[in-house]
Design a binder for this molecule. Structure first.
Ligand code: BTN
Length: 252
């Protein structure tokens, strides 16, 4: 496996045939204080993958991309940490969109194709003073897996009916994420990145359903704040503002 042709992402790659969670291994490396930015921990078989909201992440061994990137976004204030989420989601989206037209980001940062989830992202930040110190970006991208327990999951192979060489896709994906991370780092494209995020966001240009405080609503995303909080405009015209991850559940 050769290294990707990138400036930051994947300049160093640590491959483990199997491990419990690449995010946990990455955290150990960060705590040891011996990492260079862009280091990736990648595995073929993750035994206890973690998802958002305390869920488990399960993937067939050897069929998908399962890795964590260590970033050192010290240029970002805590208040702006959602920009990491946004940037990574956009990088992965642009990679998936190179194969599949109907690729969207589902707030906060799932990547979905034709309404089905193809990639999950779990970001764990550590802070120092008023800024970020490190960010562990865990990515689970379904590539060659063809059957899923969850009927709302899909993969590149399922959608394109092609088989992929994982190492090629890893390099290509790393290049997309690298390009977006460099844009974030320049801090000169905050508006462009924000617009691209909104324009590719599930529920931004069409009504969708979600549950909130045990009731089901229909409406569309009206804004995502700098802190990553979601606001939705109900079909009735009323707005529910500044929702966090635990306050809203999308309904297919
Ligand atoms: C989600 O959608 O719930 C997030 C899933 C994140 C899964 C990835 S796989 C690599 C990394 N290691 C983990 O334990 N989780 C992330």
């Amino acid at each position: 496996n050769s290294l990707p042709d990138t400036l930051i992402i994947g300049k160093k790659v640590i491959y483990l045939p199997t491990c419990h969670s690449t995010n946990d291994i990455a955290a150990e490396i960060v705590h040891a204080g011996l990492f260079s930015e862009g280091t990736i921990v990648i595995t073929d078989d993750q035994l206890s993958g973690r998802g958002q909201r305390g869920t488990k992440w399960v993937a067939n061994p050897g069929e998908n991309l399962t890795f964590s990137i260590i970033l050192a976004p010290q240029f970002l204030e805590i208040d702006n940490q959602f920009l990491i989420s946004q940037t990574i989601a956009l990088g992965i989206r642009s990679y998936v969109a190179s194969y599949l037209a109907e690729t969207q980001v589902k707030w906060p940062n799932d990547i979905q194709v034709n309404g089905k989830k193809i990639c999950g992202i779990l970001i764990e930040n550590s802070i120092q003073g008023a800024n970020l110190k490190s960010s562990i970006v865990g990515i689970g991208l379904n590539v060659n897996q063809l059957s899923f327990e969850n009927s709302f999951a899909t993969s590149l192979s399922t959608e394109t009916e092609e088989a992929f060489v994982l190492s090629d896709e890893f390099q290509k994906l790393a290049r997309h994420i690298d390009a977006y991370y460099l844009r974030l780092r320049s801090r000169k494209q905050d508006k462009e990145l924000r617009d691209e995020y909104l324009n590719n966001l599930y529920g931004y240009s069409n009504d969708v359903k979600f549950s909130y405080q045990e009731r089901i609503y229909s409406g569309r995303v009206s804004a995502v704040s700098k802190q990553g909080k979601l606001s939705v405009r109900l079909s009735t015209g009323e707005e529910i503002a500044d929702l966090g991850l635990k306050e809203i559940v999308w309904i297919k």
